[in-house]
Design a protein around this ligand. Structure first.
Ligand code: HEM
Length: 453
C-alpha cells in the first residue's frame, strides 16, 4: 500500500502526545481534528493512535469494513477478568452467537415492560428531594440508573446486592482508568494493592450476580426481566447460555447500561436549565400530552420534541466520547495509510461538533432532529450509540429511559443549575461532569420567589 501516513503532531521526543492527551483527552482530540483534518496520527506512549472523524470513513469502518475494524485486542485483555467473553469485547462467531441469544432481551416489546419501573423509580427519587436543597444531580442519576438496571436485570429483592454492585463498579472503573493512564502499566497478575482492590471488587460483583443466577436457575421461573431472558435464551440448536456466559453478559450489560445513561441524563438536565425557552416548550408538550398523569410508553409516541431534546443533548454532550477499533490489515482511509494493529479512535464528541454536519455546533438546537431536518444529517455523523452491527444493544432501552426519567422530572421539578456553575467535562470511561453537577431543587408548584431564586 503506497498511501502516506496521516498528518499529526510530532509531540515530545520521548512521550509523543501522551501528556497533552491525558491532561484533557476531549479537548486534545478536538484540537487534533481542527488542526490536522479528518484523519490524524499521534503518539501515545510507544504506539501511534489514529483519529478518524469524517462520517463517510466512520460509516465505512462500522459497516462495509466492519470485519476489518474490530474491537482492540488490548481492550479484551484489559477487561477479561471483569467482562469475560461478554458482548462488548467478543468478535466473530462467538459474538454472533451471543448477539443472537441476547438480542430478544432488548426487543422493543420486552423493553416496554420496564417502562413502569423507570417512571415509578423517577417519582420515588423526587419524593425524597426537599425544596431549596442543592444536590449532586449526577450522583442521583447514577443511583437511579443503578436501581433501574438492578430492578430490570436482577429483580427487586436484591436492593442490597445492587449496592454492592454499585460500589464494585466504582472501584473497577477507577482502577481501569489508573491502569490506562500509567506510563508503564503494572502487569495485571502482579499482586499490587491496586490489582488486589480491582480483583476484590470484581469478586464482590460476581458474587451477587452468581447468587441471583443460581437462585433463578433453581426456580426455573420467568421473572420477566433481562436475567430471565438470558437464562431462557436458546440458539437454533436449542443450546442456551452456560453459567459463565450468563455471568459475562450480566456483568457487561450492567457495566454498559448504567453510568452511560446516567451521565446522558445529567447533561440533558444541565442543557435544559441553561435553555429555558426549550424547557418551556417541552414542559408545555408534556403537560398537554400526559394531563399530569404519570408518563407512560404510549405518551412518548406523542412527544417528538422530547425525543429531539434527548438526541440533541447526546449530540452536544455525548456520554460515550470515544470508541476504539483495531484494523486486522493495513487500511487506506481518506487517502492515508493506517497500519494493521493500530488503535483507531472514533469520537462522537469530535464528529458531532463538526460544523459541516451540524451548523453552529455549539448551539443547543433540538429542532435539528425534527423529522425532515434530520434527513440531511449524513450517516456516520451522529453516533452516540456507535452504528453498524456493533451498535449499542441497549439503545432503545436507554432512549426510553432518558425520555421517561427526564419527562417525569419535568412534570414536577424546574431544571435549575447555579448561575456560577461552570461546565467542566471529564472524559474517563465515559464523559461526565467533573466534580458532579450541582442542581437546586425547585418544585414546579413552588411559590414564584422560590423559582426565581
Ligand atoms: C445513553 C446511554 C448509552 C450510550 C451513549 C451507549 C453507547 C454505546 C456505544 C457507543 C457502544 C459501542 C461501544 C464500542 O464499540 O466499543 C455501546 C455498546 C453496547 N451497549 Fe450501550 N450505550 C448506552 C446505554 C446502554 C444500555 C442502557 C445498555 C443495556 C442495558 C447498553 C448495552 C450495550 C451493550 C451490550 C453493548 C455491546 C454491543 C455489541 O458490541 O454487540 N448500553 N453502547
Amino acid at each position: 500500500m503506497t498511501a502516506p501516513l496521516p498528518p499529526g503532531p510530532r509531540g515530545d521526543l520521548l512521550l509523543g502526545s501522551t501528556l497533552d492527551f491525558k491532561e484533557h483527552p476531549l479537548h486534545y482530540i478536538k484540537y487534533l481534528h481542527d488542526a490536522y483534518g479528518d484523519v490524524v496520527r499521534f503518539r501515545v506512549g510507544p504506539s501511534y493512535w489514529y483519529l478518524i472523524a469524517h462520517p463517510d470513513h466512520i460509516w465505512d469502518a462500522m459497516t462495509r469494513r466492519a470485519d476489518v475494524f474490530l474491537k482492540p485486542q488490548v481492550a479484551k485483555r484489559l477487561w477479561d477478568k471483569f467482562l469475560g467473553d461478554g458482548l462488548l469485547t467478543t468478535e466473530g462467531d462467538a459474538w454472533k452467537r451471543l448477539h443472537k441469544l441476547v438480542m430478544p432481551a432488548f426487543h422493543r416489546k420486552r423493553i416496554a415492560a420496564y417502562s413502569e419501573v423507570m417512571t415509578a423509580f423517577s417519582h420515588r427519587m423526587v419524593d425524597a428531594w426537599a425544596a431549596g436543597e442543592r444536590r449532586d444531580f449526577d450522583e442521583d442519576m447514577v443511583q437511579l440508573t443503578l436501581e433501574i438496571v438492578a430492578k430490570t436485570l436482577f429483580d427487586a429483592d436484591v436492593q442490597e446486592g445492587a449496592e454492592v454492585v454499585g460500589e464494585a463498579m466504582h472501584v473497577i472503573q477507577r482502577e481501569m482508568i489508573e491502569h490506562i493512564h500509567m506510563p508503564v502499566p503494572v502487569p495485571r497478575w502482579w499482586p499490587s494493592a491496586r490489582n488486589k482492590r480491582k480483583l476484590k471488587a470484581i469478586a464482590d460483583m460476581e458474587g451477587v450476580v452468581r447468587e441471583v443466577i443460581d437462585a433463578r436457575r433453581a426456580s426455573l421461573e420467568d421473572h420477566g426481566d433481562l436475567l430471565s431472558m438470558l437464562l431462557l435464551a436458546k440458539d437454533e440448536n436449542g443450546e442456551g447460555l452456560n453459567d459463565r456466559e450468563v455471568r459475562d453478559q450480566a456483568m457487561t450489560i450492567f457495566f454498559a447500561g448504567h453510568e452511560t445513561t446516567a451521565h446522558a441524563m445529567t447533561w440533558m438536565w444541565y442543557l435544559l436549565a441553561r435553555h429555558p425557552k426549550v424547557t418551556e416548550r417541552l414542559v408545555a408538550d408534556i403537560d398537554r400530552v400526559t394531563g399530569g398523569e404519570p408518563m407512560t410508553l404510549a405518551h412518548l409516541k406523542e412527544l417528538p420534541y422530547l425525543e429531539q431534546c434527548v438526541k440533541e443533548s447526546m449530540r452536544i454532550l455525548p456520554s460515550v466520547w470515544v470508541f476504539m477499533k483495531e484494523p486486522t490489515e493495513d487500511v487506506e482511509v481518506g487517502g492515508f495509510l493506517i497500519p494493521k494493529g493500530s488503535q483507531v479512535m472514533i469520537s462522537p464528541y469530535v464528529t458531532q461538533h463538526d460544523a459541516r454536519w451540524f451548523p453552529s455546533p455549539e448551539t443547543f438546537d433540538p429542532d435539528r432532529f425534527e423529522k425532515e431536518r434530520a434527513k440531511s444529517i449524513p450517516a456516520g455523523a451522529y453516533i452516540p450509540f456507535s452504528g453498524g452491527q456493533r451498535i449499542c444493544l441497549g439503545k432503545s432501552f436507554a432512549m426510553m429511559e432518558a425520555q421517561l426519567v427526564i419527562g417525569s422530572l419535568l412534570q414536577r421539578v424546574v431544571p435549575s443549575v447555579p448561575v456560577d456553575y461552570k461546565l467542566s467535562m471529564k472524559a474517563e470511561l465515559s464523559n461526565h461532569p467533573d466534580g458532579g453537577m450541582p442542581v437546586d431543587i425547585v418544585f414546579r408548584d413552588a411559590p414564584h420567589e422560590a423559582v426565581a431564586k
